[in-house]
Write a protein that binds this ligand. Structure first.
Ligand code: HAM
Length: 430
């Protein structure tokens, strides 16, 4: 039998893992500047954490969840997204308490699971870098979160970004808009897709997000939520737009954008990029918004929240397509060539000592001939090659060559053990 990875998953091989680490560490440094701190939550949660938050009419909950009953008959779900688990943790650990400075600003990275049709930039196991901020309704925070997402993408060398925003208003807005939308769609009931027929009365906003072509034609002329905003919602959105302008962040308003999760209200946004590597048209790489009722929904006190999730696989495809700088595995500092069986224990001691001094070091483990060991050192781009044969061993010295200059010298073993950083560190500066 030939084993293959499950459909929609990917192996991240060492060359790529370097790029992943670079993306994650760049994000962490930037988030630290914005004072977001890391949180790690379980990769699986109880089913209700997602059904109550993402919404039981959303595609994610109705079609895409990896959920199962465990051996104790608990209904478990592999997380399809990060927000719900972080909100659950926020409530369960009482991060809303007075000892936590508000807003509580958190970030996370890790795998998410959705049973979707795999294609370029769309996987069943994918990775998000996400942020969530709790405890402030200030439009300043909306704009900071958006700005942080844009900032990260730019820092990673992505260009041609497009920021699209919309507002879903507050509860009163939603109520008024819901009625208007139902009134508009009802006469077309028979033309709607089966999914949309079910959703029309449960959650008509979902019809706006339908992937069905005929539904999309119908909703093109649907009323706009922007005409139903309460004065408070309209004012929040106005301020967000003004602040984006203050920061000179270009944006477009798309009044038909609703996002695929049910927990949003007020500001929602998507940062898109247009690149062939990610398929036709604009592809969303980072998306999020406000979710002011979600903490209560999951059993906590009334606490506003806002955040985003950024797809790492999509980001990497974009970086590759746009030729953004990506690091590769760093060259080797020192390669130790041992000639003859008698040198084996000494070469082991040398590599371990140099490693303990903080330099990357390697040697031969396959009984290669000296010529082939030198070739390996070359292929590994070693900056220094140390050679130890029987004669050197007898004289308690090694031969040391600095590859950049070609300089060779005999060095006392004692100096390799006691003074390596002082004598040779300068050739190995990172
Ligand atoms: P989302 O729009 O469902 O939002 O996902 C955010 C990002 O994750 C997408 O823009 C995309 O880059 C990436 N993504 C989603 N599904 C896949 C997939 N199947 N394969 C590859 N990448 C994918 C959320 O998940 C919200 N939790 C974001 C949020 C945080 N809102 C507030 N706080």
């Amino acid at each position: 039998m030939k084993y293959q990875r499950p459909k929609g998953t990917a192996d991240i091989l060492p060359d790529e893992a370097v790029a992943w680490n670079y993306i994650e560490s760049t994000a962490k440094k930037l988030f630290d500047n914005y004072r977001f701190h890391e949180i790690r939550t379980p990769i699986f949660e109880n089913f209700e954490v997602f059904s109550r938050s993402a919404g039981d009419t959303s595609d994610i909950v109705t079609k895409e969840m990896y959920d199962f009953h465990d051996k104790g008959d608990r209904h478990i779900t592999l997380r399809p997204e990060g927000t719900a688990g972080v909100v659950r943790a926020f409530v369960e650990n009482k991060l809303y308490g007075p000892e936590h400075i508000k807003p509580v600003k958190l970030y996370y990275t890790g795998p998410m699971f959705r049973y979707e049709r795999p294609q370029s930039g769309r996987l069943r196991e994918f990775h998000q870098i996400g942020v969530e901020a709790f405890g402030s309704e200030s439009p300043n925070l909306d704009v900071e979160v958006i700005s942080m997402g844009m900032h990260l993408l730019k820092k990673l060398g992505i260009h041609n970004l497009k920021l699209v925003i919309n507002t879903l208003g507050d509860q009163a807005t939603r109520k008024a808009y819901r009625s208007a939308l139902i009134a508009y769609l009802e006469p077309h009931f028979d033309e709607l897709s089966e999914d949309s027929k079910v959703r029309l009365h449960k959650n008509p906003l979902r019809v706006l997000d339908s992937k069905d072509k005929d539904d999309q034609k119908l909703v093109a002329d649907a009323p706009s939520i922007l005409d139903y905003l309460t004065p408070e919602s309209a004012s929040h959105f106005e301020t967000v737009k003004n602040l984006l302008e203050t920061l000179q962040i270009d944006y477009q308003v798309d009044a038909s954008m609703v996002r695929g999760l049910d927990y949003y209200n007020h500001t929602i946004f998507e940062i898109m990029a247009n690149d062939k590597a990610l398929g036709k048209g604009d592809v969303t790489v980072c998306a999020g918004g406000r979710y002011n009722g979600l903490v209560e929904e999951l059993g906590g006190p009334e606490t506003p929240g806002i955040g985003f999730g950024l797809g790492v696989e999509r980001l990497l495809l974009l970086m590759q397509a746009q030729k953004a700088p990506l690091p590769t595995i760093s060259p080797l500092d020192v390669y130790v060539v041992g000639i003859g069986d008698e040198t084996k224990s000494e070469t082991l001691k040398i590599v371990e000592t140099i490693r303990n001094n903080g330099f990357s070091t390697d040697q031969d483990y396959l009984d290669r001939k000296p010529k082939s060991q030198f070739k390996t050192a070359d292929r590994l781009n070693a900056k220094i090659v140390i050679t130890l044969g029987n004669d050197e061993l007898a004289q308690k010295v090694v031969n040391l060559k600095v590859m950049a200059t070609g300089d060779e010298q005999q060095v006392k073993l004692e100096d390799v053990y006691d003074n390596f950083p002082k004598l040779f560190g300068k050739f190995l500066k990172k």
